[in-house]
Design a protein around this ligand. Structure first.
Ligand code: NI
Length: 207
């Protein structure tokens, strides 16, 4: 998903005679079989390989100006998700109700529970479906359980846009793209065209 820390903020003040080790990973696009696979549980969240992958995922997400990224999107079939929600963006979708601002979150082996039947429609986009967006119905209130990279179990509740981001990213772990959840395909299209049609540009939950 989008709107994150500009790359320059990460490396400010550094004279770049030495380029820090960075890994911008290639993002799989819709049609690639890895996006339809169920990703595997991570047996040891503290493994150095997990840490390296997460670092590369965060750099890739920021480079692509995404809000979130799931490991299968970078060709790694593991149940790992990274995301960061910028409040200024999410407030638009929340109709001014709630500003949600979530710092960089890394979830290993996340599991979602829906807390009630309430749902909402919102436009989503995905780094694996570049340039496109469409309306998706998601649960409003969810509980998430996941492991940190220190192997700590975290349980928390999320709602609204935050819950939408998590559902979108966790869908990737089950081989599901948001496109398969669009009920009204007449609303699915290129962001540029949708933007022309609807005065303001649609929300993009790029992930
Ligand atoms: Ni996505």
């Amino acid at each position: 998903m989008r709107a994150s820390v500009p790359r320059s903020d990460l490396y400010d003040g550094v004279t770049r005679t030495h380029i820090p080790s960075m890994a911008i990973l290639k993002i799989a696009r819709m049609g690639h079989p890895i996006l339809r696979m169920r990703a595997k549980e991570v047996p040891d969240p503290t493994a150095p390989e997990v840490s390296r992958l997460v670092t590369a995922m965060v750099e890739t997400m920021e480079d692509a100006d995404g809000t979130g990224l799931a490991a299968p999107q970078v060709h790694m079939p593991w149940r790992i998700v990274v995301y960061m929600v910028d409040g200024t963006r999410s407030s638009e979708e929340e109709e001014g109700d709630i500003v949600c601002d979530v710092p960089l979150t890394v979830m290993v082996n996340p599991v979602i529970e829906f807390l009630d039947e309430e749902t909402s429609l919102g436009f989503e986009a995905c780094l694996s479906v570049p340039g496109m967006a469409g309306p998706v119905r998601r649960y409003e209130n969810i509980r998430v359980t996941y492991q940190t990279m220190e192997n700590q179990e975290i349980v928390f509740e999320a709602r609204g846009f935050h819950a939408r981001v998590i559902q979108h990213e966790c869908d990737h772990l089950d081989g599901v793209l948001y496109t398969s959840r669009i009920e009204d395909m007449s609303q699915f299209g290129f962001v540029e065209e949708l933007g022309k049609a609807q005065a303001g540009s649609p929300e993009e939950d790029d992930g």
